[in-house]
Design a binder for this molecule. Structure first.
Ligand code: ZN
Length: 342
């Protein structure tokens, strides 16, 4: 009960990449970079295990960014001529590659780090991929001219890689769809269908992560504009509850999401965010157990999985380590508090 996991990303050590950035520059290249990525992955596997986290991730050490890491292996995308584009409904500007031709994978995307992860822990492992709608919102399209067709094309590529990750021994495949919280009507109209297409045929556990973003300034400003109650989930959860996806990862602690919206996910496992990624203040186990207790009003005990609100990538490494320990300690306290049958 209350098995813990991280949403996905963790801070890259300073010897691997620039710290504190969402699109950090690598500190090495060629074989040295490949080795450094795996060294950092091993470091975080061990750190998660020592902290007591139950489902282990690779911390996304091998990708520069959670979307572009996938796109780098896709033929039909021009990375040489990036263009500036407003993303997430113009919340912030990013330099993005361009779709210029039909899309196909150049081969495996994440085989090396997924197999490395599987080989170095006996615990269950989770691997993250960007969701099709979020990819569409993070590239410039110069070829398809149709967001839905582009999303479905990416869904097919994601499905190809996801099936291979399952064969590598990955237990949970999670698609990250922060764009669902920005384009709610589109998410219901075609985003969930694209997500299901990316996950079709998988027999491992499938998950989707929907958040209000990393703790960067543009996101903090956006959150301040959303008012007292954040009801975005209310529009998309019914479609997700009716979908084939097994788990939904959402923000909870320190967010303005009304907790009763979690009840819209009946029948799904709910990864409840109990760690704030927008603050360096480390949660206490009591605070985390309290958050779990509030969520238990709306989520069945056997379906509640404590998690982080979002990735920890831009944080300081020592803060992220402390938050991992707090996550596991808070879940343990919650098991003691709420574990006995009523
Ligand atoms: Zn997130």
């Amino acid at each position: 009960m209350f098995d813990t996991a991280i949403a996905g990303s963790l801070p890259k050590p300073g010897w691997l990449a620039e710290t504190g950035k969402l699109w950090p520059k690598w500190q090495a290249e060629g074989d040295a970079l490949a080795q450094a990525k795996l060294d950092a992955t091993l470091l975080w596997i061990k750190t998660q295990e020592d902290a007591g986290v139950d489902v282990i991730g690779d911390g996304e050490m091998s990708r520069q960014h959670f979307v572009h890491g996938f796109l780098e292996q896709v033929a039909g995308i021009d990375f040489e001529h990036k263009v500036e584009m407003g993303i997430r409904n113009d919340r912030y500007k990013a330099m993005v590659p361009q779709v210029v031709a039909p899309l196909r994978l150049n081969g495996r995307v994440h085989a090396t780090e997924a197999r490395f992860l599987r080989a170095h822990t006996a615990r269950r492992v989770k691997f993250t991929l960007p969701g099709p709608m979020t990819i569409v919102d993070t590239v410039a399209d110069r070829y398809f001219g149709d967001r839905v067709a582009l999303a479905m094309a990416f869904a097919d590529l994601l499905n190809q890689e996801a099936r291979a990750l399952q064969a590598d021994g990955v237990d949970v495949i999670q698609f990250d769809e922060p764009a669902f919280n920005v384009y709610m009507a589109d998410a219901v109209a075609w985003g969930v269908a694209a997500l299901e297409r990316a996950a079709r045929g998988l027999t491992c556990t499938t998950a989707v992560h929907i958040c209000y973003g990393y703790g960067i300034q543009a996101n903090l400003d956006w959150k301040r504009s959303l008012g007292e109650e954040w009801r975005q989930y209310e529009q998309i959860f019914p479609a997700l509850a009716a979908s084939a996806i097994n788990q939904v990862s959402l923000e909870c602690i320190h967010s303005h999401v009304p907790p009763e919206l979690m009840a819209l996910l009946a029948g799904k496992d709910v990864m409840v965010g109990v760690i704030d990624v927008a603050s360096d203040a480390v949660e206490t186990p009591e605070e985390i157990a309290d958050t779990i207790g509030r969520a238990l009003q709306f989520v069945a005990r056997e379906r509640l999985l404590p998690c982080t609100n979002c990735g920890l990538a831009p944080m300081k490494r020592e803060v992220a380590e402390a938050k991992l320990r707090a996550l596991a300690q808070g879940a343990a306290l919650a098991r003691a508090r709420y574990g006995a049958a009523p």
